[in-house]
Design a protein around this ligand. Structure first.
Ligand code: 5AD
Ligand code: SF4
Length: 448
């Protein structure tokens, strides 16, 4: 039994799992609660004094759930000693599992979905009221964009900006349309205003976030228009975005990326599978050939392009031959990097209803391991080819391994480590690459 530390009822321990959109949402939650007088445990601080523990959850794969269950196990024990502790689950898993979570975990006071964060102060107050009933705030909205809430950011060179919320694509494997609801775009003027404030606060890079940025629309403006408006804000050295969908990637956007020096030449283009039958079953809306043609067009239009992707191995009915099609695309497209996942059946999705999860786990694992090896070799060769070249990097902070060196990122978002005592965090510098390890480039400063 842990020693019972006295609880500070205004102190919140907010922990975030999942994607950048969740990081951004946690920043919104900080503002919403900060306005009501709540304070926050610092990111690297370990304390049992917080009177409120909020976990912003992810539901994308079962492994995401498993992590949360482990945290809930710890909190259950803590709550035996600290009876007034309030525990709330936010985010995608909360939205997807709703009352099921509350039934299974009596130690959880409330669940709050991604469109309901304005209710957080009320939910905490309810949890402290005399009856202590569990609550669920899980209404999805067609309109909520938190336009009037300025996120409370943790310091750093980069800042996330959600430009839209929700998803209408309904890829059959994906839980996001059910956890984040229908697609809605923010006003571009609000996004530009947010970017201006970020630049004034010293942020050098913004990353625009949306489940499918190609479908961004607001008053006749599309994503290419928006990214141009953001790139024109003074003081913003780099603009990144994630993710576009291969089925409707606009050519206009390629032009904008190629023409704006501060829009990074980096595109994350999720492949998911290289096999036409599987792509159809996934409801992806493109074929292997269309994907490869698009990748080739991107490389031809944007010199020095960094192309990255997401891939799922072991979608229902995927045979070894189907998987080989994915290997083929990985070799052909020669991605600079790839996230490779085992298929994980998600509650409420079309795939769960239509296709039994019939690829054995060991087969999924073998395909992931093999494909990672193929990808690692491609990436290694590309890194080695960079030796001798000059890369423009943005300094993020001190290297973790050697604080005497800077950890910076090149345009392609790869880490470059180098030594130059005359630099500071946020500086942009040219460095010559002198060595390449699988995950890091090592450079030396180029005299100005
Ligand atoms: N199983 C495995 N991976 C998934 N992803 C999304 N849903 C699933 C799932 N059910 C992957 C996709 C997506 C990335 C964010 O997560 O590759 O692009
Ligand atoms: Fe992000 Fe998707 Fe996980 Fe939700 S389920 S946190 S949208 S990755």
């Amino acid at each position: 039994m842990p020693t019972a530390v006295a609880l500070d009822s205004a102190l919140v321990d907010l922990q975030t799992y999942g994607c950048q959109m969740n990081e951004y949402d946690s920043e919104l939650a900080r503002t919403i609660l900060g306005r009501e007088g709540f304070r926050f445990v610092a990111p690297d601080e370990a304390t049992d004094a917080a009177g409120v523990v909020l976990i912003n959850t992810c539901a994308i794969r079962e492994t995401a759930h498993t992590k949360i269950y482990a945290r809930l196990g710890d909190l259950k024990v803590r709550k035996r000693a600290q009876k007034d502790l309030v525990v709330g689950l936010l985010g995608c898993m909360a939205q997807n599992l709703k009352t099921e979570l509350l039934e299974r975990w009596p130690s959880v006071d409330f669940v709050c979905g991604p469109d309901a964060y304005r209710h957080l102060p009320h939910l905490i107050a309810e949890a402290r009221s005399t009856n202590r009933a569990q609550h669920a705030s899980i209404e999805l909205s067609e309109y909520e964009t938190y336009e009037d809430i300025a996120p409370t950011r943790v310091e750093g060179v980069n800042a996330w900006i959600a430009i839209m919320r929700g998803c209408n694509n309904f890829c059959t494997f994906c839980v996001v349309p059910y956890t984040r609801g229908r697609e809605r775009s923010r006003d571009p003027l609000g996004v530009v205003e947010e970017t201006r404030r970020l630049a004034a606060d010293g942020h050098k890079q913004v990353t625009l976030l949306g489940q499918n940025v190609n479908s961004y629309r607001h008053d006749g403006r599309d994503f290419a228009d928006l990214i141009e408006m953001v790139a024109d804000v003074d003081g913003i050295e780099r603009v990144r975005f994630t993710s576009p969908h291969p089925k409707d990637f606009p050519l206009k956007l390629l032009r904008v990326i190629a023409e704006h020096p501060n829009v990074c030449n980096t595109i994350h283009l999720p492949l998911q599978s290289g096999n036409d039958r599987i792509l159809k079953a996934m409801n992806r809306g493109y074929t292997q050939e269309e994907f490869l043609d698009l990748a080739a067009l991107m490389r031809a239009s944007i010199p020095g392009l960094t192309l990255t992707t997401d891939i799922i191995c072991g979608f229902p009915t995927e045979t070894d031959a189907d998987y080989e099609d994915t290997v083929h695309v990985v070799r052909e497209a020669a991605f600079e990097s790839a996230y490779i996942f085992k298929y994980s059946e998600r509650q409420g999705t079309t795939a769960e209803r239509k296709f039994p999860d019939d690829v054995p786990d060991d087969v999924k694992s073998r395909r992931v391991t093999e494909l990672l090896a193929v990808q690692r070799e491609i990436a290694r060769a590309k890194n080695v080819a960079k030796i001798g070249s000059v890369e423009r990097v943005l300094i993020e902070g001190a290297s973790k391994k050697d604080p005497g060196q800077w950890r910076a990122r090149n345009d392609g978002n790869f880490i470059v480590v180098f030594r130059d005592p005359s630099c500071a965090v946020g500086d942009v510098r040219d460095v010559r690459i002198v060595e390449a390890t699988p995950n890091t480039l090592i450079g030396e400063p180029v005299p100005a």
